[in-house]
Design a protein around this ligand. Structure first.
Ligand SMILES: Cc1cc2nc3c(=O)[nH]c(=O)nc-3n(C[C@H](O)[C@H](O)[C@H](O)COP(=O)(O)O)c2cc1C
Length: 228
């Protein structure tokens, strides 16, 4: 009888532990915010403007109408910056050692989106309009507050440092230039305009967007319909 009672109490203990564990796992799952990905429209591989015309027309645009960008336009611009164009993962912009240190975000009135080249989609990072905070971080340059979309090119230096050590700093920043120029030229080809902005407080951009600590902001690129 005593032995049976002991076995029963062990069973009860095991069951309550198991239930506790399950509750803790549920708590953990419930605590993390849901990840929402938005698929982007398939990027166009043909346009109406030649590369030569696009180059000739490019200039920095800092004044925009109030018209928002469409999802097609945002998708095309993100693809131009970092889209995958090769079966093995090669992208629209070259990358030292194909290590791809760049992470691209876009801030609009609807929120902050993080581009995922794999799957050509964006991850919703915030549903708040963070452009005003970006404007403050960007020395109150009006293009940032006026543009319907502010693209933010950030870099994870460690990816390139893993192979190139101290040389990585140069490589990563050259790559940001490649991606930025692709995006700016794509904007022109879509009848849009933009400006590459390097003058901003890095730490303020990082905190305005709640970026991961290793995503270093290198460029802000406001894009919109030119007001000229
Ligand atoms: C690295 C870099 C940083 C820049 N930073 C800013 C900036 O903070 N604000 C701005 O209005 N333009 C910025 N520009 C844009 C330049 O002012 C612009 O390219 C230059 O005046 C030439 O004009 P264009 O782009 O119309 O040919 C930057 C350009 C580069 C390449």
């Amino acid at each position: 009888m005593k032995r049976m009672w002991k076995a029963l109490s062990r069973l009860i203990l095991a069951a309550s532990l198991l239930m506790g564990c399950t509750a803790r796992v549920e708590e953990r799952i419930g605590a993390s915010p849901p990840v929402e990905d938005i698929p982007l429209p398939t990027p166009a591989l043909q346009g109406t403007m030649s590369l030569e015309e696009t180059l000739a027309l490019r200039h920095s645009v800092r004044s925009f109408t109030g018209d928002p960008l469409t999802l097609v336009e945002i998708g095309q611009l993100l693809w131009a910056a970092q889209g995958i164009t090769r079966d093995w993962g090669g992208r629209t912009a070259p990358s030292a050692g194909a290590l791809y240190p760049l992470e691209v975000y876009v801030a609009t009135a609807e929120g902050l989106y993080h581009y995922m080249p794999q799957g050509h989609k964006v991850r919703v990072e915030s549903t708040a309009d963070l452009r005003e905070a970006l404007w403050t971080a960007g020395l109150k340059q009006d293009a940032i507050r006026q543009a319907p979309a502010v693209f933010v090119i950030t870099a994870v230096y460690a990816r390139t440092e893993s192979k190139y050590g101290a040389r990585a700093e140069r490589y990563v920043e050259l790559e940001a230039g490649h991606a930025a120029q692709n995006l700016l030229l794509q904007a022109v080809a879509l009848g849009l305009g933009g400006v590459p902005i390097g003058a901003f407080h890095d730490d303020q951009v990082q905190s305005a967007l709640s970026l991961p600590s290793d995503h270093a902001p290198l460029y802000l690129i406001p894009v919109g319909h030119p007001q000229e």
